[in-house]
Design a protein around this ligand. Structure first.
Ligand code: IMP
Length: 502
């Protein structure tokens, strides 16, 4: 929760019915209370059970997050939310792709027969140009009986001996269940000092792990945002339940639930009857499902709504109505709360009303400068979701176009823009738009400069965050959230904050 003086800051503006956004505030520096020469800890969470090593989340938009973006985000310690404007099977495949992306499992490995000779296997390797020399060995019934490895070719008396005589017999081989994850495989191979781990059930081999592959992945994955099985965390968006088409909601929930760590109920009006109803239905569905997943609801911008959603069992909330860079909701509908006050209001409301277990808050939209990231977190957010920041990268969906001057661009569009409403059922649901009428779009489409890989963009975001944490002497996200003071600045102060008079 906020420190007393931070609370007073927000209450002061609340009492005047005045709301603040990123450009209205800066963070106050302070003397060094902690030894910050050691690592700054940026661990946080997106929802109750989905942790983050970097509090960055890519938006559920059709020009921002599909599997490629989500893989890169999770590998950088963050998270991607696969957008819902995809046919259900495609969205399921995209989510699965992320989940399986650091799986070092060799599925259906090439096997050899006991009766073959080493010479025959050698010829097979040459003919097929295999780059490996490790094979599960099967008997005539197709059952696993041993392993043949590179060393078995090194010192045989003759290459004419049979595989059966050269192989390591099943009695000396360690095998594991077909469901074994990369992390578990690493542990098993390391503790048994084995370089291979065949996955065997009822005598049949379904997969193979090699220690060389697995140990490399485990080493590299230190900074990855992974679940307890060592697989990348991934989220997916779902539209609100539609009474006119109940089956499609459950079909999608079912499809996503198998591989998704968190399902985000994606609506522009996250405290509507439909949002609460969808939360209830999804929770009921989860109880009947073999797979556990978190449920995050968004978007809202009002404190009491956060409290209600937390009380109804949401595992996280997403805050932001109208701050998005491609958003025209505030202009077209007159609603909306500037983002610093919206985030702080939701956080305060949850604590004020004794929601014992305050749920994580994601500040969604309106981050245009890197410095807005530490400000969002100092306003109480556990994570920030960004669309415009990550759009226009290699990993965002869409073509790169080149203009006559040779400049490269990509399209970034609001999910409530006219073209997205035309193209996507999910967009029409998010903005409750009727395809039969001329639509009141709530977003725009624009071309943005091509930025290269999202890895460098996200790295700059993290540099900004950790520098902000250093200046404010915050060793971790909790300190930045609860203790670091905000100061209200004037227009003159903001002008001074930007490059000027040069
Ligand atoms: P950005 O990071 O400022 O570009 O904002 C991205 C966020 O804007 C998304 O995560 C959504 O919450 C929101 N958003 C996406 N499409 C629209 C739209 O068409 N209208 C309003 N908000 C949108």
């Amino acid at each position: 929760m906020f420190s007393a003086s931070k609370l007073e800051f927000f209450e002061h503006f609340d009492n005047q019915h005045l709301a603040l956004s990123y450009d209205d505030v800066r963070l106050q520096t302070c003397a060094n209370k902690y030894n910050l020469l050691d690592k700054i800890d940026t661990e946080s969470s997106f929802s109750r059970n989905v942790s983050l090593k970097a509090p960055l989340v890519s938006a559920a938009m059709d020009t921002v997050t599909e599997s490629e973006m989500a893989i890169s985000m999770a590998k950088m310690g963050g998270l991607g939310i696969i957008h819902a404007a995809l046919p259900v099977d495609t969205q399921r495949k995209e989510v699965r792709r992320v989940k399986k992306s650091i799986n070092e499992l060799i599925e259906d490995p090439v096997s050899v027969k006991t009766s073959s000779t080493l010479a025959e296997v050698q010829k097979l390797i040459e003919d097929k140009r295999y780059s490996f020399t490790t094979f599960p060995v099967l008997n005539n019934e197709g059952n696993f009986v041993g392993m043949l490895g590179g060393d078995d070719f090194k010192y045989p008396d003759s290459l004419e001996i049979s595989v059966e005589d050269a192989m390591t017999d099943i009695t000396e081989v360690i095998s594991a269940d077909p469901e074994t994850s990369t992390e578990e495989a690493y542990r098993i191979m390391q503790s048994n000092k084995k370089s291979t781990l065949p996955l065997v059930k009822d005598g049949k081999v379904s997969g193979l792990y090699l220690f060389s592959d697995v140990s490399r992945t485990v080493r590299e994955s230190e900074k990855y945002n992974v679940d307890s099985n060592g697989q990348l965390f991934v989220g997916a968006a779902i539209s609100t339940y539609d009474e006119r088409n109940p089956d499609s909601f459950y079909e999608r929930a079912e499809a996503l639930s198998k591989y998704t760590d968190v399902i985000v109920i994606d609506t522009a009006d996250g405290d509507s009857y439909y949002a609460f109803d969808t939360l209830k239905r999804l929770k009921e569905f989860r109880q009947t499902s073999d797979n556990n997943f978190d449920i995050v609801v968004g978007n809202i911008s009002n404190g009491p709504s956060a409290r209600e959603l937390a009380n109804e069992g949401a595992d996280g909330i997403k805050v932001g109505q109208g701050p998005g860079s491609i958003c025209t909701t505030r202009r077209e509908t007159g609603i909306g709360m500037p983002q610093v006050s919206a985030v702080a209001g939701c956080v305060r409301s949850m604590f004020n009303n004794h929601v014992n277990d305050a749920i994580p808050v994601c500040a969604d939209g309106g981050i245009t400068q890197y410095g807005d990231i530490p400000i969002a977190i100092a306003s109480g957010a556990n994570s920030v979701m960004m669309g415009g920041m990550f759009a226009g990268t290699n990993e965002s969906p869409g073509e790169i176009t080149v203009d006559p001057d040779g400049n490269k661009h990509k399209i970034y569009r609001g999910m409530g823009s006219a073209s997205a409403l035309r193209d996507n059922e999910a967009s029409r649901k998010r903005y409750e738009s009727n395809a039969d009428k001329i639509v009141l779009a709530e977003g725009v489409e624009k071309t943005i400069a091509y930025k290269g890989s999202v890895v460098s963009v996200a790295d700059l975001c993290m540099q900004a965050l950790t520098k902000g944490m250093r200046y404010t002497k915050s060793p971790n996200i909790t300190t930045l959230q609860s203790e670091v003071e905000l100061i209200r600045i004037t227009n003159a102060g903001m002008r001074e904050s930007l490059p000027h008079d040069v």
